[in-house]
Design a protein around this ligand. Structure first.
Ligand code: FAD
Ligand code: NAG
Ligand code: NAG
Ligand code: NAG
Length: 610
């Protein structure tokens, strides 16, 4: 109950500070209905942040740290309470797909996936998606972030050198214990990690690893072209160990709530839960505040003003909805929905990307590779996600990489985008295509992620997807859940790449180290190749690893971008977007560390603007 108590204290302090009232009952304040609040307080904050998720709480914590500014965070979902928050923090897996802590959104049917639909999992509680994620802590490579800068224009500071300090600031790293490190060859790059005392998002290791990973590690390390860097934190591809977002002392989930919300008692930091932001309010094109309403009573709308800025941190799925509902988006879509246009910004909700995966089944035909005994291997219950993986580029995966890159480069950029895509969005895709052809030819790009878990076969993750989807409002009901369209496999290059990734898994399973155990492919089966393999991919691919990005991409306006290099929404004043939606290009990494990083960088940008 300590956690809720801390929240109560913060709310109480703010109300006292603002309205100079007597102390009210904590029970009332914790769930203060906004109507009561609106009557009591002036309704103005320096910053109004939409969404108490991964980015939103990072911003709120950092912007209130020095006591200069007041911040209100408005969150649609709830603050999970005992015992449920324990389930989240123990990270025992249930929370991954628990209707109590996620949205219930499903994509529209995907024609290239045999019309299957995909569940769109994103977190719904204070902490957002960081509360339900798989806790893998990886960054992606130097080339990928240099690509973020390249798509941003010549003055961009979002290249590797410009973001590394924020990666270091965003999490506090603790190395694995010595016995574990030695037994499993775990190394790390001390220059790439930070240990800031003011950072409570932790990156650490469990005390246990499964010894069956040792023969897998050794077989993979012998494949031609596979590098073994210290780890990936310095922006490298290869076979390496990665930490987990986990408290190094109690081995519980470390997430935006524990890192940037719990135990913070500041009179200038308030979070209101179970209220939905309906739209941003403008004076001309200057954001002045937001309209919001109780989640269960959207008719009962209220407003709150922002003295300095409105910052949208509602995540990749809902940020475009809020922008479009506010009159910022493709003019024709806004017209269909009868929403008055504030800024015609065709890129809002376009450029949507996510990682895609499937599983290839193998079993050992006779015996299994020996798992060496590991002395001092700790407690298996401290494990929570894969800590070992191969993250590799197309030239290592496939001899066909040049042909695939050339084929992709030769496409007409509009060919596989939705019909009627705005010319600025097509121009942005043309840049993406040029950049991507370069990435397909580079060894230092995490095109494939093969998490190693100590068993034959397993998950194959395509980390760079060239089919771009859309997330738009439903014009008939803009406040209903948005329409998510992955447009999975609409660009045939994604099929080619997934087929190469599967072939790489086959090559790895055919390692001489494994020969005596007769590995057998059970699904789809070794004889499934060519067009039949592509059909199997269509039937089984999952077009998300729950890493949606780019629906408010940081790119120039004439390139279909939504925010500029300072994350200000094009064509507006005092309105920023800071969350996963601003990433213009997928990093070859799970996206939480990149989100924490970009929020930390945004804090410096926002403070510098004062
Ligand atoms: C199941 C799952 C597994 C994952 N596994 C990993 C992993 O292992 N490693 C990794 O690095 N990443 C992982 N990720 C991805 C990572 O967690 C996300 O990329 C990241 O947390 C997104 O942060 P965000 O701030 O953009 O959005 P979120 O953290 O989702 O925050 C958005 C917040 O805005 C709120 N909101 C939305 N609309 C409104 C509105 N209208 N009004 C008020 N509030 C609103 C939402 O309720 C939410 O709290 C996973 C994600 C999921 C869902
Ligand atoms: C999702 O559905 C469950 C019921 O199955 C419900 O409790 C939960 O509130 C829903 N979540 C959202 C965000 O609507
Ligand atoms: C550790 O790495 C060395 C050098 O690459 C290798 O010889 C050894 O087998 C590895 N040990 C394990 C446990 O993988
Ligand atoms: C909050 O503070 C208490 C008391 O110091 C501590 O036990 C708890 O772990 C803290 N919680 C977090 C998330 O830091």
């Amino acid at each position: 109950m300590r956690f809720s108590f801390a929240h109560t204290v913060a709310s109480t302090a703010l109300l006292i500070a603002v309205c100079n009232a007597a102390v009210a009952k904590p029970a009332v304040l914790r769930h203060a209905s906004i109507l009561e609040r609106a009557e009591q307080v002036e309704g103005t904050y320096d910053y109004v942040i939409v969404g108490a998720g991964t980015a939103g709480l990072t911003l709120a914590d950092r912007l209130t740290e020095d006591g200069q500014y007041t911040v209100l965070v408005i969150e649609y979902c709830h603050l999970s309470k005992f015992p449920f928050f324990t389930v989240i923090q123990r990270s025992d897996g249930r929370n991954f797909n628990d209707p109590g802590t996620r949205y219930n959104i499903t994509s529209i049917p995907q024609p290239e996936m045999n019309n299957r639909r995909q569940a769109v999992w994103i977190g719904c509680c204070v902490g957002g998606s960081s509360a339900i994620n798989g806790m893998v802590m990886v960054r992606g490579t130097k080339e990928e972030y240099d690509g973020w800068a390249e798509l941003g224009g010549p003055d961009s500071t979002w290249n590797w050198d410009g973001i590394l300090p924020y990666f270091k600031k965003a999490s506090h790293f603790t190395p694995p214990n010595e016995e574990l490190a030695e037994a499993f060859n775990i190394t790390w790059d001390p220059n790439a990690w930070g240990q800031d005392e003011n950072t409570r998002i932790y990156a650490s290791f469990p005390t246990y690893q499964n010894p069956t990973m040792i023969p897998m590690y050794q077989a993979l390390s012998k494949l031609p072209g596979v590098e073994i860097p210290l780890d990936g934190a310095g922006g490298n591809s290869g076979l390496f160990w990665n930490p987990t977002s986990m408290d190094p002392v109690n081995f519980w989930r470390s997430y935006a709530r524990t890192g940037h919300y719990d135990n913070i008692t500041r009179s200038n930091y308030e979070v209101i839960t179970e209220h939905k932001v309906l739209k941003v309010l403008f004076d001309g094109t200057t954001a002045t505040g937001v309209q919001f309403a109780p989640r269960n009573n959207l008719q009962n709308a209220l407003t709150v003003k922002a003295n300095k800025e409105v910052i949208i941190a509602a995540g990749t799925v809902h940020t475009p909805q809020i922008l479009q509902a506010s009159g910022i988006g493709p003019q024709s879509l806004l017209g269909q929905a009868d929403i008055p246009v504030v800024v015609d910004l065709p890129g809002v909700g376009q450029n949507f990307q996510d990682h895609a995966y499937l599983s290839v089944g193998f079993r050992w035909g006779s015996g299994s590779p020996p798992a060496p005994p590991v002395s001092g291997n700790g407690d298996p219950s401290t494990l929570s996600g894969p800590n070992l993986g191969a993250w590799i580029g197309l030239p290592v995966i496939s001899d066909d990489h040049e042909a695939i890159a050339a084929r992709y480069e030769a496409q007409d950029p509009a060919e596989y985008l939705p019909e009627g895509t705005d010319p600025t969005v097509v121009a942005g895709y043309a840049d993406f295509q040029k950049l991507h052809a370069k990435l397909l030819r580079s060894k230092n790009v995490n095109l494939l992620w093969l998490p190693l878990m100590g068993a034959p076969g397993g998950i194959i993750m395509s980390m760079h997807v060239v089919s771009h989807g859309t997330i738009n409002i439903d014009p008939g009901n803009p406040q209903a859940e948005p329409i998510v369209d992955y447009r999975a496999l609409t660009n045939p290059i994604d099929l080619d790449i997934m087929a190469e990734n599967i072939n790489f898994m086959r090559k790895y399973m055919a390692s001489p180290d494994f020969a005596q155990y007769s590995p057998t492919e059970t699904s789809p089966g070794a004889d499934v190749t060519g067009e039949a393999l592509k059909d199997w991919i269509r039937r089984t691919i999952i077009p998300t690893n729950f890493h949606p990005i780019a629906t408010a991409a940081k790119k120039p306006r004439e390139k279909g971008g939504v925010v500029d290099e300072n994350l200000l929404v094009h064509g507006t004043e005092r309105l920023r977007v800071v969350d996963g939606s601003i990433m213009p290009l997928l990093p070859g990494a799970n996206t939480q560390q990149p989100v924490y990083m970009l929020a930390e960088k945004a804090v410096d940008i926002i403070k510098a603007a004062q």
